[in-house]
Design a protein around this ligand. Structure first.
Ligand code: GLU
Length: 427
């Protein structure tokens, strides 16, 4: 079996068929620049000491300081974090941000920890990696199972170590702690901008477009809510425990309210004052949700959800990858054969890091933007870069994924070759 990083790299190799990259560039994108493994001792509430394993991988910083989130998940490992740091490098280049790519993570089941234990763990992680991060070096952010509160603790720990306030060291902080407006919804909003650009070519009006969404975390929820507000028909939703599918359109906000109230996904058709009516819904597993016959399938959970095992059973017309790496390279081939359009992660979910970039700019200048400025700038970047990728795919007859990689690699390769390559020095 190939490692996730080998899978990630295979996309780069695929793109090399369409572009002549200098050996220098290829060689530099084979390995991460720096990979740090740390152990984080945490005093638990019962007095016991537990030691957690954490990582921070900085893949490439040719285009700027490295950037990428931190995830808390029991399956975190170095191979996964390295792959994610590679994808961050490509992603920042696809949308033209002046950043390289990085990623971090801690192997932990966060739900098993009390809030105080979680705070100690978050602060311990920053003490362990403080030497290699910084506003001009490497800037972490939220990812799977981390949020604004955790970013606030982490930033605060960094200030205590450095003895100064350096808010640009971490993005995705709470708004009251120098975070940016719109960061919370940015990944979902950015994905929706990309989808809207894509659907233009199909003359599919929102009210005639059905959507099933796997993953109801921050990105999946905000995407669902914003798409519903535009009139799209959300017919199925799932979280890690399972999902619901309904003939009545689901209102993501009401589903979320219900989930927060009793920790299960239930479909509320409407809530008027205290009177809530449940919509007719069926319970589906995560696997079944993927196989629904919908216009758009949104993957907003984790890696490798569509693989050789289930690719043949997918019936959606378009797939929107909000998660990082949800489709394996083998599955990509099957979907291509079936004529399913895959809008790739390195473009679709780049709204998150784009508003992170805005947060970093605001923190460094000390001047803060309002919601409409954030949204307007985000829309401009996502619309422009999405159309750049779509045009490239059309011109070169490439899959959207290969076109996105090519678009990003062109920028990375441009930066690397400006330092001089073998060809240049042999002149
Ligand atoms: N974790 C997010 C991602 O995978 C955001 C990264 C960031 O904001 O730096 O794109």
């Amino acid at each position: 079996m190939t490692s996730l990083f080998e899978d990630a790299q295979s996309r780069l190799i695929e793109v090399m068929k369409y572009v002549t990259l200098s050996d220098d560039v290829v060689n530099r994108l084979k390995y991460p620049k720096k990979a740090l493994s740390v152990s984080i001792p945490v005093r638990m509430d019962d007095g016991a000491l537990r030691v957690f394993t954490g990582y921070r991988v900085q893949f490439d910083d040719t285009r700027g300081p490295t950037k990428g989130g931190i995830r808390f998940h029991p399956d975190v490992n170095l191979d996964e974090i390295t792959s994610l740091s590679f994808w961050m490098t490509i992603k920042c280049a696809v949308v033209g941000l002046p950043f390289g790519g990085a990623k971090g993570g801690i192997k932990v089941t966060p739900k098993e920890l009390s809030l105080l234990e979680l705070e100690r763990l978050s602060r311990g992680y920053i003490r362990a990696i403080a030497d290699i991060i910084g506003p001009k070096r490497d800037i972490p952010a939220p990812d799977v199972y981390t949020n604004a509160t955790i970013m606030g603790w982490m930033a605060d720990e960094y200030y205590q170590i450095m003895r100064e306030q350096l808010p640009a060291v971490i993005t995705g902080k709470p708004v009251h702690l120098n975070g940016s407006l719109g960061r919370d919804s940015a990944t979902g909003q950015g994905a929706l901008f990309v989808l809207l650009q894509w659907l233009k070519a199909f003359e599919l009006a929102p009210e005639n477009t059905t959507i099933a969404i796997q993953g109801f975390g921050n990105a999946g929820f905000h995407f669902a809510k914003l798409a519903y507000e535009l009139g799209f028909r959300i017919v199925a939703l799932s979280d890690s425990k399972g999902g619901i599918v309904s003939n009545d359109d689901l209102n993501p906000q009401l589903v979320m309210n219900q989930k927060l109230a009793d920790n299960t996904l239930k479909a509320m058709l409407y809530c008027d004052g205290s009177v809530c009516r449940e919509a007719e819904f069926n319970v589906v597993s995560n696997e079944e949700l993927l196989e629904l016959n919908v216009d758009v399938l949104v993957l907003a959970a984790l890696e490798n959800q569509i693989t050789e095992q289930n690719a043949d059973k997918i019936r959606a017309k378009h797939i929107l990858e909000i998660a990082n790496g949800p489709i394996s390279p083998e599955a990509d081939e099957v979907l291509k054969r079936k004529g399913i359009n895959v809008l790739p992660d390195v473009l679709v979910n780049a709204g998150g890091v784009t508003v992170s970039y805005f947060e970093w700019v605001q923190n460094r200048s000390g001047f803060y933007w309002d919601n409409s400025e954030i949204n307007c700038r985000l829309k401009k970047i996502m619309d422009t870069e999405a159309n750049n990728v779509f045009d490239l795919a059309r011109q070169k007859k490439l899959s959207l994924r290969s076109a996105a990689y090519l678009h990003g690699i062109n920028r990375i390769s441009g930066a690397m070759t400006e330092h001089g390559t073998r060809e240049y020095f042999q002149k």
